[in-house]
Design a protein around this ligand. Structure first.
Ligand code: MLT
Length: 207
């Protein structure tokens, strides 16, 4: 029986309506990292923010990697299901079943959010993927019909190969997702205008 004790996390209820933002930090982050971002992206949203359970040289992540950009696929699959189960358990414990759960992930957090979309469709009502790549090619194409996904990528990103972001975009579109792909001229760091775009996108799709 999955329960919320499986992940150290923060839950901040805020409003009783509007979406729940599932905040997923990057490598070396924690459950506090994206709270301010979440508040600024959607002031009425509830925030659910787990800490990744894998440690890489003491730095929390959501799944193991063998090298930069080379993922331990078995671990990724296991961790994806574990995180999706946590989301289901949190929705029950915090009475969020009627609310839309939208992931907001950065880097490693964006990659596991993409993996949840691909391996556990139905868990998320949408996703903001900030600097994501293709984490895994699923055996079966999921049905993501009409699921809004914002993919914010950096042309000069040295951690996330642009071609892998494009592969993810193509796969999400093939699965039926309502994809918005935005390219910034920056690298791995986000620029303020991308945050503003994400805020407007959330407002348009998840009031
Ligand atoms: C990953 O490992 O998920 C990506 O390379 C992004 C990161 O550096 O965390």
């Amino acid at each position: 029986m999955p329960d919320t004790a499986t992940f150290t996390h923060r839950f901040i209820p805020v409003g009783k309506r509007g979406p729940v933002l599932l905040l997923l930090h990057g490598t070396g982050g924690n459950e506090d990292d994206l709270l301010d971002l979440g508040r600024s992206l959607h002031p009425g949203a509830a925030l659910l923010s787990p800490r990744g359970k894998v440690l890489e040289n003491g730095m929390p992540r959501f799944f193991r990697r063998l090298a930069e950009g080379v993922f331990d696929e078995a671990d990724l699959i296991r961790r994806t299901h574990e995180l999706a189960d946590f989301v289901v358990a949190a929705a029950a414990e915090y009475q969020l079943q009627t609310r839309k759960i939208v992931a907001v992930g950065y880097s490693n957090g964006a990659n596991i959010a993409a993996s949840i979309l691909l391996l556990r469709p139905g868990t998320l009502a949408g996703a903001v993927l900030l600097r994501a790549m293709l984490p895994i090619v699923p055996e079966n194409l999921p049905n993501l019909a009409g699921i809004p996904v914002l993919l914010a990528a950096g042309r000069e990103d040295s951690f996330i190969p642009p071609e892998s972001t494009n592969q993810l975009a193509t796969l999400l579109q093939k699965a039926g997702a309502d994809l918005t792909l935005r390219w910034s001229d920056r690298g791995h760091q986000l620029e303020p205008k991308e945050i503003e775009e994400a805020r407007l996108w959330l407002k348009a799709n998840f009031q």
